[in-house]
Design a protein. Sequence first.
Length: 294
Amino acid sequence: MIRISNSKLYIIAVVAFVSISTALIIRFLLNRGEPVALVTPQELYLGETIHFSDSTYRASEWMWEFGNGETSFSRAGEYKYPETGSYRVRVTVDKNNQKSFVVNVRPPVHFEHDSLIHIIAPNTAMQGEYVIFKGVGYAREWRWSFGETRRTDAREQVTIYAYDRPGKYEIELMTEDTKYPVRHEITILPKYQEYETDARSGAENDIRERLQAIVDGKPFNTNYNYILTKYLGNNPNIIITINDTKTNDFYSYCQGLKIIDRNVTTILEVIVFPDERRPPYLKTFKVMQTRIDE
């Protein structure tokens, strides 16, 4: 019969203990983070659909709660609320990690086929701020002129535009059924002069460094929440502009830096636009960036 010395038994026991402990620690670390989940849109009208998904590393079980008693156990999918209201959507990943979203479902906007076209847009905005313009009514063709150029600036029912110069502008919207343009006046206020000082430069450099930290794989929540709290007044839905051509809400943009552009993107410049109604927070900001493969 083979005999094993006490010292060998001790070594085997220590190795087994270390192996089990390491496995448990790794599992704990993998399971303690916030799920990489997304719900969009979070502001919608009754009858419209939300899209939900999760891409948490090595996750295998999901439970989505939609705030009205209904659930889904899929990794991703779609859901349509039967009633208006404000709902807290919660996802539980692997029976442990959770993340919540607030979804606001508004009453539907009803209009007849022959109802008059009209414009939904603010009356004032800041110079350089990206503003959302929406045409309401039934039409197949939409042609916007924002008054800063003498041409058609956009052809979508919902569009975004930023004015380069302050002043008063008359917006014109034409469809295939309107004989004369539908008009809306907007006043563009000049950018705050105080943000032309070192304070503006400091904010721009601070945000740029935090965004680059997300790209470089540094703690996401630390850098995301820092910008969100200090500069955006805890509003993750603020629309930002990337390279003067693309737009995203702030949350989706940061998730893209973390998941899609990680380690391949350089944040070159950030340009901030203050919110005159909620100083010292920003109304929006613009990012200039480049990728290695561009």
